[in-house]
Design a protein around this ligand. Structure first.
Ligand code: ZN
Length: 508
């Protein structure tokens, strides 16, 4: 068979794998939005079936033989097909290492643990989660053995989500970040605290959704290929390159959470909608890594959406939609949405303290994986780290080590997901890269802040599309960062961004 025919067969097989994943995503989206509660048992079965079929196709020996036959083509060429073969090979090689028995047990434990966590967290009952977490840790150790030899146990988990990064890289990055952040948080928290009372009151939920969606479409979110719905936990999902959806959660008594969730998920959606259409239906047709993906949600939510320039344009409109803000000056509103405070809850954290929540979770994951920390001692270790890094002690485990779903909902879907290890670091990478990408965009187009002040985002979005979005997985994360910004990942632009913005806000 000539290469042309083999490539056609490869693309046909990869499209079916994508379609199975997208069909599963459509069922999951419906489950989270409109499905009546009675549909749950059948839905869980159907989602599991599609996942199993996807894994079977991904590990089909015939796909392996086809990739073998195409290997010489990939070596001789440097075109898009060569890249497709290489990425499909990587996915195949990783998937066949994982045993079917592991996939079944990991998903069963993840589902049981998640159900238990939903009851245990509100009841502040860590003891009932301890056996789940211990089993989950055992399964994680089993998973990493599929990828031996490795330098550190967490490396295979990191490689699944952020290809090319290792434990050593992240340690070096986080050590530097922590050294800079702890004193900065100290100084800010010694200043008079900001006041965020203007964000609390009565806010029509429908108006919140309309305002958020208006900003999302101004950013460039294409509603011909997307839509917004409400769910208990906001997310972005995709059923094809022409159907990328976002969700949010509104509160009748709080204004900012729903809006910034929409802006966050819009960032993810802009990335997916911006991938070159010809990559769709192949493993190249998605974001290059979780960390780079998160950089886009953070860039649009924080670097743009919490900036003074942005609100110069949008605050009068917000006041029109919510007349109760009529007496709140723009500056008070700007300070309220950027209030820095030491909180025990990661998802409530501001831009300055957020990464400290991540770094301590990463360190605890390492200690758990290496066996230096026993699961039974986790609540105590958690409190100790919050005390040393953020100078607060969480009131209970509910708002302590039970707060995040990640460790209690592990599983396997085309890669290790959730569970203990590799669950949190990408959020911090996202913050760091958001500042680095934005600084590079400003160097190329110094006029971007003026455009944002006019509610205009085309130059920024086009730069991101050209430099990040359109490439999908054709370029590796490190290649994207180096080409777009001219240097490897660094915390310098991020720290400069924080010092400039918060130095001014808190008059440091
Ligand atoms: Zn995100």
């Amino acid at each position: 068979m000539p290469s042309e025919a083999k490539l056609r067969e490869l693309r046909a097989r990869l499209l079916e794998i994508c379609d199975l994943g997208w069909a599963g995503a459509a069922l999951s989206w419906d489950q989270a939005t409109y499905m009546p509660a009675g549909g749950a048992p059948a839905r869980a079965r159907q989602i599991a079936l599609l996942g199993r079929l996807e894994h079977e196709r991904l590990t089909d020996p015939a796909l392996g033989r086809l990739l073998d036959a195409l290997a010489p083509y990939a070596e001789e060429h440097e075109d898009e097909d060569a890249r497709l073969i290489a990425v499909a090979r990587r996915d195949f090689d990783k998937a066949i290492k994982v045993s079917a028995s592991y996939v079944k047990r990991a998903n069963a434990l993840g589902a049981a643990s998640y159900s238990a966590w939903r009851i245990a967290r509100p009841e502040d009952d860590f003891a009932s989660m301890r056996p789940y977490l211990e089993q989950s840790l055992e399964l994680t150790r089993e998973y990493v053995e599929f990828f031996a030899p490795y330098r550190h146990m967490i490396d295979p988990l990191i490689d699944d989500v952020d290809q090319g990064l290792t434990c050593a890289d992240i340690h070096a990055l986080f050590d530097e970040l922590r050294r800079e952040l702890v004193p900065l948080v100290d100084v800010i928290c010694n200043r008079p605290p900001a006041d965020d009372r203007c964000l609390h009151g009565e806010f029509a939920q429908r108006s919140q959704l309309e305002f958020g969606l208006k900003v999302a479409t101004d950013f460039g979110y294409d509603l011909e290929r997307g839509r917004l719905d409400t769910t208990p936990h906001p997310f972005c999902t995709k059923f094809s390159d022409a159907d990328v959806r976002i969700t949010t959660r509104t509160y009748a008594n709080e204004l900012s959470q729903s809006l910034f969730s929409i802006l966050h998920e819009t960032g993810h959606a802009l990335y997916e909608q911006g991938i070159a259409p010809e990559l769709s239906g192949t493993p190249l047709g998605k974001g290059t890594s979780v960390g780079v993906h998160e950089s886009q949600s953070r860039l649009w939510e924080n670097v743009v959406g919490r900036s003074r320039n942005f609100w110069q344009h949008y605050y009068p409109k917000l006041q029109q939609d919510f007349p109760q803000l009529g007496k709140t000056p723009p500056e008070s509103f700007y300070r309220a949405i950027n209030m820095v405070a030491r909180s025990p809850i990661r998802t409530d954290a501001d831009e300055v303290t957020y990464n400290l929540h991540i770094i301590l979770r990463f360190d605890l994951e390492i200690d758990l994986l290496e066996g230096r920390l026993a699961v039974k001692d986790l609540p105590e270790a958690w409190r100790a780290r919050y005390q040393s890094d953020l100078a607060i002690t969480p009131p209970d485990d509910r708002d302590g080590c039970l707060q995040d779903v990640h460790w209690y909902s592990g599983g396997y879907s085309g890669g290790y997901s959730g569970g203990v290890g590799g669950a949190f670091h990408s959020y911090a990478i996202g913050n760091i890269l958001a500042a680095q990408f934005y600084a590079a965009a400003l160097r190329a187009h110094p006029d971007i802040p003026n455009e944002i002040r006019a509610g205009e985002f085309t130059t920024l979005r086009n730069w991101l599309t050209q430099n990040l979005y359109r490439h999908g997985r054709k370029l590796k994360p490190a290649e994207i960062v180096a080409r777009a910004t001219g240097e490897p990942m660094t915390i310098k632009p991020y720290m400069a961004y924080l010092r400039s913005k918060y130095g001014e806000l808190y008059r440091l």
